[in-house]
Design a protein around this ligand. Structure first.
Ligand SMILES: CC(C)(COP(=O)(O)OP(=O)(O)OC[C@H]1O[C@@H](n2cnc3c(N)ncnc32)[C@H](O)[C@@H]1OP(=O)(O)O)[C@@H](O)C(=O)NCCC(=O)NCCS
Length: 190
């Protein structure tokens, strides 16, 4: 398995196929997933959308889309995460989230938010986020529809967590060095 961060036009179809294959998302949601691919293809990093695609034997079998939340200092949204059903429970979701967290760490760290549904169908998804170290931060009753709550999971990602031991100033191009302190660890502070 390897990760790819750069998108090509054929990824529009690949992303749609992955999202649709899960059976978790409506056609409208699949359209939105592809719109984010289009935004990234058109505007690059300025789109605010980062992608991680997981490839196994030349096939794209899962992906994540995330980005810094506009007007926040260090909050990130995990907009999309999906793995093809035939490839689930093999560690790909864990690997994708790990790669997202490493990328967030390389951008200076922060808190990652993942929205999901409170419906029974999403119980495995909620179990997954909990297993990945995410804690429920909020539950908004009837957010998506009557009886369909929005459940927000969150996890703080530190620079040290994903990049290993580094000296202050050695890391994270573009990040202000005064955002870091050194105690026994190097840690990002909001
Ligand atoms: C959520 C999702 C991305 C997880 O991907 P995955 O590759 O199956 O996950 P992993 O194999 O890395 O699982 C990691 C851990 O999460 C937990 N987990 C994952 N799927 C689970 C399930 N169906 N039931 C219970 N626990 C589960 C387990 O603790 C698992 O570790 P283990 O296999 O060692 O027990 C995938 O199931 C998916 O695409 N679901 C449909 C779409 C979706 O819900 N996307 C999330 C955004 S709303």
């Amino acid at each position: 398995m390897h990760f790819r961060h750069d998108l090509v036009p054929d990824d529009r179809d690949r992303v749609r196929a992955i999202v649709e294959s899960t059976g978790f998302f409506s056609e409208e949601e699949a359209d939105v997933a592809v719109e984010l691919v289009d935004e990234r293809l058109a505007k690059g990093a300025a789109s605010g959308y980062e992608f991680v695609l997981a490839e196994v034997d030349g096939e794209t079998v899962g992906y994540a889309c995330f980005g810094r939340v506009p007007l926040t200092q260090s909050s990130f949204d995990l907009y999309w995460l999906a793995v093809r059903p035939g490839k689930q429970r093999g560690g790909l979701g864990r690997a994708l989230v790990g790669e997202v967290e490493r990328t967030v760490a390389s951008l200076g760290g922060g808190r990652i938010y993942a929205d999901t549904s409170g419906r029974r169908q999403y119980a495995p998804t909620r179990t997954f986020y909990t297993a990945m170290g995410y804690a429920q931060a909020a539950r908004l009753p009837d957010f998506f529809a009557p009886g369909d709550d929005k459940v927000v999971f969150a996890k703080e990602v530190t620079v040290q967590q994903s990049l290993g031991q580094m000296a202050p100033g050695d890391c994270c191009p573009g990040a202000p060095t005064d955002s870091y302190v050194q105690d026994d660890r190097i840690r990002f502070f909001k």
